[in-house]
Design a protein around this ligand. Structure first.
Ligand code: HEM
Length: 498
């Protein structure tokens, strides 16, 4: 009779030896970056499962240098921890690092990579990024953006002015940003307490909660087919709900599009499709199917809202923590705007305010380790080999706290960005990189910067913001997930300025 247990043991031993041999061959073939020791298969669990992965990586980089290798289950991640290696990989190496790895939750969100942010480097990605970039630039023409922001903000500032008790700034900020992105994507201006916009916000919060601590299926993808976790099932239902909402809005736009009228971002995409149709450009039309266009809208909506609302929450937090800096911003706004309303034409004169926004973005780690990159060919960084198909991440937090570039890196100091005349220096400090760099640089940077600046100006022009009497700024931050930091819950009081 065949002894089954011996056979299983033999197979397991064979597989283990095979894995070790493969590992040794790989290590001999490539000069791979160093990293902490770990158990096979489990990898560096205490590091990759930690909310504070960015801080742990910075500690590890003191021992291993700026390029660190981390074992995550059966995968290897490379984390880049200073500006030199980030620019070498993302800019000098052109497209080598511009791919995106496939992971289960990413595939779920993007319907298998049909969006821009999560799809890998390919002609289809390039094509959609170009079309989306053109559609966004539409908002930077004339006074479209500023009118949208002013209309939208006034509704919420009026509501804030009515608050009698201390309240959470973020409740208003979240709604403001959601309404703004809603108007960019779908054209309509909605009432302050519109249930549809609230439904998007609720969904976004649930998606963030679901992804905060990560899903097991991203490390061990086969779980989702064999025994999906409750978290995975919830994520799946949230993603379906979100896509249903987006598909409904998209269909309404297809049904009501009129020649020569561009109402919003969705119309811009439909117009691009119509142009391809008129030109008989079959190759373009093939890429411009409904699923890809809906995914592009989803990217603009979700990539735009979280980053912007979290940055604005930090900005208000810093303004309450540093009342003297807030007053200096208000002096500048009053001097530049007088009795008028802050507008795009004032933008170049808000030096101090913009410096405060830049400093907020340095300290607010709203993208955590950014969106993961992947090498599309064998490449090198920092003197190490990075094989094709390796996941690579940028530790933005480490760049923004590098003592080589930032004196007193924990403190909020807008003067870092100003010259001796109080004007913004022509170039920002080298290790400032909230929007990343290279082929995958944030697509929304040109909209996000003026949008946030105008919001800050409108907010501080109207209100003096402070903490309730007797309350000190809470120096703690809270982790949203995977390196993303938010200020701990705080309440504010606002007083209308004369
Ligand atoms: C505070 C504001 C924002 C910050 C800090 C931010 C930061 C980032 C970062 C770090 C990335 C990843 C880049 C990389 O892969 O290396 C990214 C990607 C992206 N962002 Fe933003 N972002 C902001 C606002 C926005 C807004 C308002 C939009 C849209 C209107 C937007 C759209 C996108 C898109 C589409 C991508 C994917 C680009 C690609 O993969 O090719 N972002 N952003």
């Amino acid at each position: 009779m065949i002894d089954v247990s011996v056979n299983i043991q033999t197979v397991l031993a064979g597989v283990s030896i095979g894995l070790v041999v493969l590992y040794v061959i790989k290590r001999m073939r490539y000069r791979l970056p160093p990293g902490p020791w770990c158990l096979p298969l489990v990898g560096n669990y205490s590091v990759y499962s930690s909310f504070e992965i960015h801080r742990k990586m910075r500690e590890l980089s003191k021992k291993y240098g700026p390029v660190i290798s981390l074992s995550v289950g059966t995968q290897t991640w490379i984390i880049l921890n200073n500006i030199d290696v980030v620019l070498e990989a993302m800019v000098k190496k052109k497209a080598d690092f511009a791919g995106r790895p496939k992971f289960a939750s990413g595939d779920l969100f993007s319907e298998g990579g049909k969006d821009i942010a999560l799809s890998t480097y390919s002609p289809t990605w390039k094509f959609h990024r170009k079309i989306a970039g053109k559609a966004l630039r539409h908002y930077l023409q004339g006074d479209l953006l500023e009118h949208m922001i002013q209309d939208n903000m006034n509704k919420f500032l009026d509501k804030m002015a009515q608050e009698k008790d201390p309240f959470c700034a973020k409740d208003y900020i979240n709604l403001m940003i959601f309404h703004q992105l809603y108007t960019i994507c779908f054209g309509e201006k909605r009432a302050v307490d519109d249930p549809e916009v609230k439904a998007y916000l609720q969904l976004d919060e649930e998606l963030n909660d679901g992804l905060g601590t990560g899903v097991l299926e991203d490390v061990f993808p086969y779980f989702k087919d064999i025994y999906p976790t409750a978290k995975w099932k919830k994520l799946k239902s949230n993603v379906n709900e979100s896509l249903t909402l987006l598909r409904t809005k998209f269909k309404q736009h297809v049904d009501t599009l009129e020649p020569g009228i561009n109402r919003d971002f969705t119309d811009s995409l439909l117009i691009a499709r119509q142009e391809a149709e008129n030109e008989g450009d079959e190759a373009a039309l093939e890429k411009l199917d409904d699923a890809h266009l809906i995914q592009t809208i989803s990217d603009i909506f979700f990539a735009g809202v979280d980053t912007t609302r979290m940055t604005m929450d930090w900005f208000v937090y810093f303004m309450t923590k540093h009342p003297e800096i807030q007053s200096k911003c208000q002096e500048e706004i009053d001097r530049v705007v007088g009795s008028g309303i802050p507008s795009m034409k004032n933008r170049n004169n808000f030096d101090f305010l913009e410096a405060c926004l830049f400093e907020t973005m340095r300290l607010a780690n709203v993208t955590g380790l950014g969106v993961p990159h992947m090498t599309i060919c064998d490449s090198q960084v920092g003197g190490y080999d990075i094989p094709k198909g390796t996941t690579v991440m940028i530790n933005h937090w480490a760049l923004h706290h590098d003592p080589k570039y930032w004196k007193d890196h924990e403190s909020f100091d807008p003067n870092r960005y100003l010259d001796e005349n109080g004007k913004l220096k022509p170039a920002k400090p080298e290790s400032w990189l909230p929007f990343s760099a290279g082929r995958r640089v944030c697509l929304g940077e040109t909209v996000a910067k003026p949008e946030m600046l105008l919001m800050c100006a409108n907010l501080l022009k109207r209100f003096e913001i402070r903490l309730p009497d007797g309350i000190k700024a809470n120096p703690e931050y809270r982790m949203m997930g995977f390196g993303v930091e938010l200020p701990s819950e705080y309440k504010i009081v606002v007083t209308e300025r004369e």
